[in-house]
Design a protein around this ligand. Structure first.
Ligand code: BG6
Length: 506
């Protein structure tokens, strides 16, 4: 029997419960912590996946005690958890909620945190285990990492248990800064202790891409340039910048989404079969793809940046980007980006990978569409060959999670007329279990010490190597404009049209 790379031997031992530990969240009053991290902790607790001896420790610049933090955490869990909010579940978590007030430049605060972790060994039995979640602006990463180093809190050698760090994206601002940050993280933590979060990898549908490709026989034989015409990866959002002006204006869609989520989706779509479904094997294959990415020679024709102007969405008038609170009126930051990339390998040479993402597009949808070459000959007189399109396989990452196959089918009647139809697999109707939230899955992996779904520093650096030349090319250019509620600027459509293609309307 041949080994199945997707067979994870640990699955036989499911459900695995992490060791007793503390989850220390820096920036615990921020949006990410309130909307994603604390609800994920609650959901894990509700599913019985938190260990006895689990402590949620918040750290922020607030004059708060444990009780104030508990109230914030309770409201966050109640408002944003995936699973039903139950008082009895929360009470169990609430007993183990702690808060340490202070700022990142204050040595005393970190000494205090260190003492708190030591005390928690005796009071809650956390056995010296702690994961530090940096849910803070990237500029503050170095300060916090240095404090964790100074106090030896980062060093598992100095503790009775394990120490881990979770770093939120963006991991650096360009290749040089990401290298600098990587060096710093690596000087404080060991590679197996570092978890760089890209929450798209925690989504069930993204992981299902691997199941689709490597647990079946149908798809792999046609998953190459002999059969594939092009690949379209779309991550569209109807929301605007949601009050994150300072961060967003310095990042833009390219650093916020293309550098991480979109390139990771490309890597999973294009990679070779890993020898096993473990961290190192997966990372090796993704890294090879990221390193094989080529940029278009004609960047003016095959890359597009856009910025939304005021428009209409779901019947509501919405402001333009430049009118958003906190955005400088002359900002050139892009809220939309589309690029045509290549993957220079035997499997993919010549196949364009079109990637696009944008804010204030008509709807929230993320999908990967593999568009196949047209049949070489269509012997059907009554068929409008222009309409009969390329077969497509669409992985719907969200919403309506599932997979669609588009192919030609006979129209009922006496004539041999062929028309495009869809065949759908829907997670919601095929499985009774609902999918965990991405952060729920990834947080559990952190506590279990499983780095499989976390990009390593090589991947991060390879992604910046793709993005840096684009940023350099765009540096002095104005973005194109699009009205909120449209599918991006016209140049985005023209980029495909000049090669005889069109974007899918998801
Ligand atoms: C984040 C970006 O990484 O992903 C946000 O910073 C974006 O700008 C978000 O809105 C989208 O995530 P999801 O899971 O809602 O598609």
């Amino acid at each position: 029997m041949t080994a199945n790379p997707l067979r994870d031997p640990r699955d036989r031992r499911l459900p695995r419960i992490p060791d007793p530990c503390a989850l220390v969240v820096f920036g615990v009053t921020g949006d990410l912590a309130r909307k994603k991290l604390i609800p994920a902790v609650y959901d894990l607790g509700n599913r019985g996946l938190l260990p006895p001896g689990f402590v949620l420790l918040g750290f922020a610049r607030r004059d708060w005690g444990d009780g104030d933090f508990e109230q914030l955490a309770r409201a966050a869990a109640r408002d944003h958890s995936r699973t039903e909010f139950r008082d009895d579940v929360w009470r169990r978590i609430a007993d183990c909620v702690r808060f340490v007030p202070g700022s990142f430049d204050d040595d005393d605060t970190f000494d205090d945190l260190d003492r708190t972790l030591i005390d928690l060994e005796a009071s809650h039995g956390i056995a010296g285990n702690a994961a530090f979640y940096l849910s803070i602006p990237p500029v503050a990463f170095p300060q916090v990492l240095k404090q964790l180093d100074r106090t030896a809190m980062a060093s598992s050698a100095d503790q009775s248990g394990w120490r881990r760090v979770v770093v939120e994206k963006p991991f650096g601002h360009d290749l040089a800064s990401s290298r600098e940050l990587n060096n710093l993280v690596d000087s404080v933590f060991r590679p197996s202790e570092v978890f760089r979060i890209d929450h798209y990898l925690g989504k069930e549908t993204v992981q299902n891409l691997l199941a689709l490709r490597f647990a079946n026989t149908w798809f792999e034989p046609v998953w190459n340039s002999n059969f594939v015409d092009s690949v379209q990866i779309t991550m569209a959002e109807d929301v605007g910048i949601e009050g994150r002006a300072a961060f967003y204006d310095s990042a833009g869609a390219t650093r916020d989404v293309l550098q991480n989520h979109l390139l990771q989706l490309l890597a999973l779509t294009a990679m070779e079969e890993p020898v096993s479904f473990d961290s190192e094997s997966l990372r090796v294959e993704k890294r090879k793809v990221l390193r094989a990415i080529s940029l278009p020679e004609d960047k003016a024709a095959f890359t597009v940046r856009g910025q939304y102007e005021q428009g209409w969405l779901a019947g509501q008038r919405v402001r333009g980007y430049l009118d958003e609170d906190g955005i400088p009126p002359d900002s050139r930051t892009e809220t939309y980006v589309a690029v045509r990339l290549g993957v220079e390998t035997r499997r993919w040479a010549g196949v364009p990978f079109y990637l696009r993402t944008g804010k204030r597009l008509p709807r929230r949808v993320t999908e990967i569409a593999v568009v196949f070459k047209r049949a070489p000959h269509l012997p059907f007189a009554k068929t409008d060959t222009a309409e009969l399109g390329h077969n497509q396989l669409v992985v719907r990452v969200q919403p309506d999670e599932g997979i669609t196959l588009r192919f030609g089918s006979k129209v009922p009647g006496s004539a041999m007329e062929v028309r495009e139809v869809s065949m759908d697999f829907l997670y919601g109707s095929s499985f009774t279990e609902s999918s965990p939230e991405a952060y729920e899955r990834l947080l559990l992996d952190v506590l279990l010490g499983d780095t499989t779904l976390f990009p390593d520093h090589n991947e991060v650096e390879a992604s910046w190597q793709v993005v840096d030349p684009l940023e350099e090319f765009w540096a002095t250019r104005e973005p194109d404009r699009y009205r909120a509620g449209e599918w991006g600027p016209r140049a985005g459509d023209e980029m495909l049209a000049c090669e005889g293609r069109t974007w899918r309307r998801p």
